[in-house]
Write a protein that binds this ligand. Structure first.
Ligand code: URA
Length: 436
């Protein structure tokens, strides 16, 4: 077998076999197949697409490129979640403790922010000492003893994805449904969970800009999950505007802490309760969505989700006083406000512009390896559908360097549109796929 023959087959829209995918992925992971051949192949996939069978075979080959966790000792009920990436998406920080507090083990490997979308690991690292590089043994022990783990992606799981993703990032080949689906699902399958809730974001601040694209991606991922023996659902959720209010690492952590205490923005609340409910359903904790929602809400109301979060911070060596007294978390030196330029109803709060502005002021990374500032970020004070008057705050911008505000002021002003007519707020979710 030769890599060049595989590239030309995909270029000519001929279907690849499972053996060919294994050859390609194994030899790319070991370095036998050079980056330029893999990049040429990825571009052929981006332009020509792949069949469902091919996407599944690619996913399984990538999942088999490194270690695969065996969580069978947990009786088939470990649940995981994955968001395709958004702005202000601190959901994992709330949903994982809720679900674990309801008695379902949650073992999750999360990523760092890249581009304009944030990452759970960066948010957790706002807590001094919090350890995000657990070994496989630590992961399994903690899951057994505490029922909750939030750690960084292990380099030993699906290494082919790490390598391929970096290559796609610099060769214009990220935006391909087969490549995104196989990237997400190979990591999830290697991480061993039996049930996976996928939060597929749709809109200006997401990879998938339209409902059609998001649905196509979700359908492929649900079908890969089924073919590999996992229970998978996919929620198609709104990402035209940021989720909740806070965008930025410590600010988002504070908002998650408030939510675990039963306070916080309504859209974020509904998002957390619904996603938790679907995870409880997937994990067979109950058989109706209504009762699953009640279980999730009860875990917030009776404080058990908050206690689970504290337990997580303590066992992963974080200084728990920083979440007990969130005013101790990093705080920016200056807060500037962007105000509405006219009266009316908010019709656009562009999540992409807000996310990119947060990167410019230091809350995210322009490229892999950049340092982030946990204290800085943007508080979104107006949401789509809100009635607003001229001079009212739209964004509070938290910065450590006064000049940073000037670099994003125009961008943030342009991120907001105000209509003369009333505007309906968008739905929180567009659809749920994969539920029988
Ligand atoms: N998230 C992933 O894990 N992989 C992609 O390719 C895109 C988003």
């Amino acid at each position: 077998m030769r890599a060049v023959d595989i590239i030309t087959k995909t270029r000519d829209k001929e279907e690849l076999s499972s053996e060919e995918f294994h050859f390609l992925i194994e030899n790319f992971t070991s370095g036998e197949i050079p980056d330029y051949q893999m990049a040429a192949w990825a571009m052929a996939v981006l332009l020509n697409g792949m069949t469902d069978q091919e996407i599944t075979d690619l996913t399984l080959a990538m999942a088999a490129s490194g270690d695969q966790l065996d969580l069978s000792e947990f009786g088939g009920n470990v649940v995981d979640k994955h968001s395709t990436g958004g702005v202000g998406d601190k959901t994992t920080l709330v949903v994982a403790p809720i679900v674990a507090a309801c008695g379902l083990p949650v073992g999750k490997m999360s990523g760092r922010g890249l581009g304009f979308s944030g990452g759970t690991i960066d948010k957790l690292e706002s807590i001094p000492g919090f350890k995000t590089d657990l070994t496989t043994e630590e992961f399994i022990d903690q899951l057994k003893n505490h029922g909750i783990v939030l750690t960084g992606q292990s380099a030993d799981l699906a290494p082919a994805d790490g390598k391929l993703y970096s290559l796609r990032d610099v060769t214009g080949t990220v935006q391909s449904i087969p490549l995104i689906a196989s990237s997400v699902m190979s990591k999830k399958i290697a991480a061993g969970a039996d049930a996976i809730a996928l939060d597929v974001k749709v809109g200006r601040g997401a990879f998938m800009k339209t409902l059609e694209e998001a649905r196509a991606l979700a359908e492929v991922m649900v079908s890969i999950g089924k073919l590999s023996g996992r229970r998978v659902i996919a929620l198609l959720s709104q990402m035209d505007q940021p989720l909740g209010v806070a965008v930025g690492n410590a600010l988002e952590l504070k908002e998650a802490i408030e939510m675990l205490h039963g306070q916080g923005p309504e859209d974020f609340h509904v998002h957390c309760v619904d996603l938790s409910a679907y995870m409880l359903l997937l994990g067979n904790k109950t058989d109706s969505l209504d009762s699953a929602r009640q279980m999730a809400q009860k875990a917030i109301d009776d404080g058990s989700a908050w206690e689970k979060f504290r337990e997580l911070v303590i066992i992963q060596h974080g200084d728990v006083s920083f979440i007990d007294q969130p005013e101790k978390l990093p705080q920016a030196s200056f807060v500037f406000t962007v105000v509405a330029e006219k009266d009316g109803w908010v019709s656009v709060v562009d999540a992409k512009e807000v996310g990119e502005s947060s990167v410019v002021i230091g809350a995210g990374r322009a490229k892999k390896g950049d340092q982030i500032d946990p204290a800085v970020g943007i508080m979104v004070r107006a949401k789509i559908g809100d009635k607003i008057t001229k001079g009212q705050a739209v964004f509070d911008v938290h910065v450590n360097d006064e000049s940073a505000f000037d670099t994003v002021l125009e961008k943030l002003k342009n991120a907001v549109e105000i209509s003369d007519e009333p505007v309906d707020p968008p739905p929180y979710f567009w659809d749920v796929l994969g539920i029988e």
